[in-house]
Every structure is written in C-alpha cells, then in structure tokens.
Design a protein around this ligand. Structure first.
Ligand code: CP
Length: 312
C-alpha cells in the first residue's frame, strides 16, 4: 500500500476508487476498529482538523457515526441539519457550501436528496467532500462498511456469493455495493420487483433474478434493502403485504442460503415487510455490527482523506 495516497481526495462514490484503494481503506478500518475497543477512545490523528456534517435528509447511523468518528480522532465536529439552519430561510446549496467553507473547515460530510449534490460541492468549494448519500446515486461509506463486515465474518471477499434483495432502483446503497463488490471479486445476485430493478445490470456481470429464492440460494451473504416509499413515484410498488409475501426475507427462505449465511441491512428496517423480526435478530444477522463497523470505516476515511494516513 506504500505508493497509495488518498490525501485530499473527495469521496463521492466507490466507482472512483480502485480495488487497491478500497483494500487500503478496509485495512485502515481494521486498525480503527482496534482503537474503538480501547478504554479511552480519544486520539490525536485529526487534532487541529475541523469537520462539518451537512445533512439535508434524515439520518441516525451515518450522521452520528461520522460525528463520533471525527471526535474519537480528535477533530472538532459541527453538525448542520436543514431544519435548524439558514437553509429554512431559503439559503441555496451553493451559498451554504460557501458559508461553511469560509470558516476554513477541512471536510464537509454531506447528505442531500439530489443525485450529484456531493460532486457539485466538490467542484465549488475546497474542503474534502465526503458523500453521506446523494439521492439514489451513492452512499460510499455504507458500501465500505458492508465490505468490512462481510470480510470480518467470511475472511475474504473474492468468490463469495452476495444477494441483494429489494428496491434496487432507488437504492444508493445498492449502487455503492455494486461499484465496490464487483471490483473486489464478489459474485452479485439481485432480486426485487421488476418495476424497481434498473436495466443493463447483466451487462456488468451481475445476475438478476425475478424470484428472491433464486437469488439467495446457497448465498454467503444476503443484504436486504429498505423499501424507500419516500422515493417512489405512483405505481412502482405493490402493497407492503404483497411485497412481504413475494420478496420478504423470512426464516423459511433463509434456509435456502448457506447455513452460515450473513444477513445485512443498512437500516432503518421495515420489519415485517422486507425482513422478518426473527431473521433481523437471528444469529445470522450482523445488522448491529454494521453500525459499529460504520464508525471504524468512517474513522479510516477521515484518516486517509485528511492526513494521508501518515499518523495512524
Ligand atoms: N444506513 C443509513 O444510511 O442509515 P441512516 O439513514 O440512519 O444514516
């Protein structure tokens, strides 16, 4: 990894990162997870750095873990949400970015409903931009924490069969998974309603199934996606009861996968719709571990993007 440097890079989507760069981030996240388990979680790696999280959409996991990750590493972190800032007075995205940038911050972690918002921010202001989700486009830190959690359990990535189930069309998580998992040699199988399945996936070497049963058969990992009713336009979605019957992951269906199948979900879960209570809290589930790993991965991202990792 000696010749790789991610210093001062923006993190807009995992399509912009090579397999070697993703490997570097995952390896660094391992070091960070060890730090998370120390009694005193306070380090000097980001001492003197300032970070603003700017969220135009709700979040529990991503916003909190980016905040904690920065604080554990010694940075000053300030949170801005659209409802408690001058955004409610009509301040534009560009002016908001200019205003934050004028305070000499080192990084802006940004979530926005519009695809391309983070890329736009990277063009108009100097701080490192980390995309915490832009519409249905990308959620790179979620893609990374999924890889990290899978590798922690399976000891490898290449050659695994991973099934992703649900609303692929509206899922920035699925897009980040696809970008990174295919690079890391994972065999991807997708299933969901035809109305919620983008086209041309097969051309990228991805297997697309009409039935969940075919996607999860002998899978090493199943990732269930959240049904994003807030992003759906009329007519794309059956009833939630119908969805649960045809695509819901329940204990009976889980038996089709490998015995040690790992179940992931980015959260928040619609339990009883896309995933049953029993599966969500089963021994196969790593859904809570994903949350912990999210902090480690975000610590790694900050370290590599803001310092180059020289001081880790
Ligand atoms: N996984 C995820 O993005 O969750 P939040 O919306 O709670 O951040």
């Amino acid at each position: 990894m000696g010749d790789i440097s991610l210093k001062s890079r923006d993190c807009i989507g995992l399509a912009d990162f090579s397999a070697e760069e993703i490997r570097y981030i995952l390896n660094t996240a391992k070091d960070m997870k060890n730090k998370l388990h120390q009694d005193v979680k306070k380090f000097d790696i980001l001492r003197g750095k300032s970070i603003v999280t700017l969220f135009y959409e709700p979040s529990t996991r991503t916003r909190t873990s980016f905040e904690l990750a920065g604080k554990y590493l010694g940075a000053d972190v300030v949170n801005i949400t659209s409802s408690s800032s001058s955004i409610v007075k009509g301040e534009s995205l560009r002016d908001t970015l200019y205003t934050i940038s004028a305070m000499n911050v080192d990084a802006i972690v940004m979530r926005h409903k519009a695809e391309g918002a983070a890329a736009y921010a990277a063009k108009v202001v100097d701080p490192v931009i980390i995309n915490a989700g832009d519409g249905a486009h990308a959620h790179p830190s979620q893609g990374l924490l999924n890889l990290f959690t899978i590798e922690e359990h399976k000891g490898k990535l290449a050659g695994l069969k991973v099934a992703i189930i649900g609303d692929i069309l509206h899922s920035r998580v699925a897009r980040s998974d696809i970008a990174a998992m295919t690079k890391m040699g994972i065999e991807l199988h997708l299933a969901g309603p035809k109305t919620l399945m983008p086209r041309f996936l097969e051309e990228q070497g991805i297997f697309v199934h009409d039935r969940i049963e075919d996607a999860i058969k002998d899978a090493d990992v199943i990732e269930v996606l959240r049904i994003q009713l807030e992003r759906m336009k009329g007519g794309l979605f059956p009833t939630t009861r119908e969805y649960a019957r045809i695509f819901g992951l329940n204990a009976d269906r889980l038996k089709l996968a490998k015995d040690d199948v790992l179940v992931l979900h980015p959260g928040p879960m619609n339990k009883g719709w896309e995933i049953s209570n029993e599966v969500a809290y089963s021994l196969n589930s790593a859904i809570q571990e994903e949350v912990e790993n999210g902090v480690a991965v975000r610590m790694a991202l900050y370290t590599l993007l803001l310092t180059g990792g020289e001081n880790k």
